[in-house]
Design a protein around this ligand. Structure first.
Ligand code: EPZ
Length: 421
């Protein structure tokens, strides 16, 4: 397994481009299954999860055409099997996103039940209940979700999400696009990636209103027509590189992004003492050599502070002036990076869903192990400021969500290299 070796101490300074959003690209690729002809999706990030989704399509008989810029053309009419196999689903939970589109477009779907993952049990009961509300008959047996649409196809329904679920909202919204009649989703997720998906569906001729609010109304249409669409920028990648500049006291300008999709993160960075300027598609953060100040934060559904930035802010607090409390309200086990940071000398105490972080002036480089995507990014951030070398193992986690992380950090002046394992 590849490893990353990072020698801490460099103050980052430079400019990088932000890639397309992984968590928008995945539902949008799934939504191409709804279309009655070839669909082109651009600005896809070059990530393992994207190739896994494309491999999943290949296993179902769809041969995506990929160009050199990683734009993908998908023609769902060539689909041969309506089964998403366990050996692929177990490597990427987001495969569940093909369930809604397959049932809506082809009347049947067999998708392996995604297991839990390092950060939590990750149930999919809301995905199943939402489709049942639309008339689908669903059995869960042998580790597979087997879903069949009713005679005449799915019917529009009112569905209340008793927990805000991003991919739950996305799955039901996609299924509703081809259902007969009106669907109203209440307590829907408001994430920008949900809005991006709604825009893509409407570009194919769907009728989705209210995405970005907690009530989404979808009037089903008989079919969706081909379209070309460009995925939005990745707000979590954006936030991660801004924190990289903040922890090293440096300066970074991130381009091809959007300052309006991570306002809660920018507010916390300003609270930590960062000087932030923005333009239409760029953000510049400058610490002017200062050490950040500790911040308190609580994760919650958008537009509140995103759980996917929690680990990165634990890294910031670990070397900040003062003490910061970090409360994780979304996932039940999302502090595993803390125990690896302890190996670097971080002063962090976990009490239930709260981590109390007492900033220290320095951390010490050490061998550490990545456990999940965002935890591994936080270990990279801590390594950037630690004294000496840090060896990060199991970095396949990082490659799922960060395109060319070592190249981008090298462009900012970091001493980082990949050691093939
Ligand atoms: C999406 O996961 C993201 N993944 C996650 O990003 C992100 O952390 C999460 O939303 C929260 O923002 C993608 O978009 C591909 P949820 P998702 O359903 O949809 C409970 C990353 O690092 N729940 O919004 O799986 C669940 O247990 C990844 O890029 C149910 O109870 O998350 C959790 O407590 C990690 N029943 C809460 O809802 C359900 O049927 C929020 O989960 C579904 C979810």
């Amino acid at each position: 397994m590849d490893k990353l070796i990072i020698t801490g101490g460099a103050r980052l300074d430079g400019e990088i481009r932000i890639s397309g959003a992984k968590n928008s690209a995945l539902p949008i690729l799934a939504a191409t299954l709804l279309c009655d002809g070839p669909v082109t999706v651009g600005n896809l990030p070059h990530l393992h999860d994207i190739t896994t989704m494309i491999e999943l399509f290949g296993r179902m008989g769809i041969e995506p055409v990929i160009d050199e810029k990683l734009s993908v053309e998908i023609d769902p009419r060539t689909i041969k099997t309506l089964v998403a196999p366990y050996e692929l689903v177990k490597t990427m939970r987001a495969s569940i996103l093909v369930l809604g589109p397959m049932v809506a477009r082809f009347g049947y779907a067999e998708v392996a039940l995604p297991g839990g993952c390092a950060i939590g049990s990750r149930p999919v009961d809301l995905h199943i209940r939402g489709l049942e509300a639309m008339g689908a008959h669903i059995e869960v047996e042998g580790g597979y979700i087997k879903a069949k649409s009713p005679e005449g196809g799915l019917r529009g329904a009112h569905f209340f999400f008793d927990t805000v679920s991003v991919t739950g909202t996305e799955n039901i919204m996609m299924a509703a696009a081809l259902a007969t009649g009106r669907s109203v989703l209440q307590n829907a997720a408001r994430e920008p990636e949900v809005v991006d998906l709604a825009n893509f569906l409407n570009a194919m001729g769907a009728n989705v209103q209210g995405a970005g609010t907690d009530t989404i109304t979808i009037d089903g249409v008989p079919r969706l027509h081909p379209a070309t669409y460009r995925v939005m920028p990745d707000r979590i990648e954006t936030g991660t590189y801004l924190v990289a500049a903040a922890v090293t006291g440096g300066r970074v300008k991130v381009k091809d992004t959007d300052p309006t999709i991570l306002e809660a993160v920018l507010e916390k960075l300003k609270e930590a003492g960062a000087d932030i300027t923005t333009g239409e598609d760029w953000i510049e953060l400058n610490m002017h050599g200062k050490r950040p100040k500790a911040v308190n934060l609580r994760t919650a559904p958008y537009p509140a502070f995103p759980t996917d930035m929690q680990a990165q802010f634990i890294s910031l607090n670990a070397i900040a002036e003062g003490t910061g409390a970090v409360i994780e309200t979304i996932f039940e086990n999302r502090f595993m990076h803390v125990y690896e940071m302890h190996r670097m000398g971080a002063q962090i105490q976990v009490e239930g869903n709260t981590a109390i972080v007492t900033g220290t002036k320095t951390l010490k480089g050490a061998p550490v192990m990545a456990t999940d995507l965002r935890a591994s990014a936080s270990l990279v951030l801590s390594a950037l400021v630690a004294e000496g070398d840090t060896l990060i193992d199991r970095i396949y986690h990082i490659d799922r969500g960060y395109e060319c992380i070592e190249e981008k950090l090298q462009m900012l002046g970091a001493k980082i290299r990949r050691v093939p394992g």
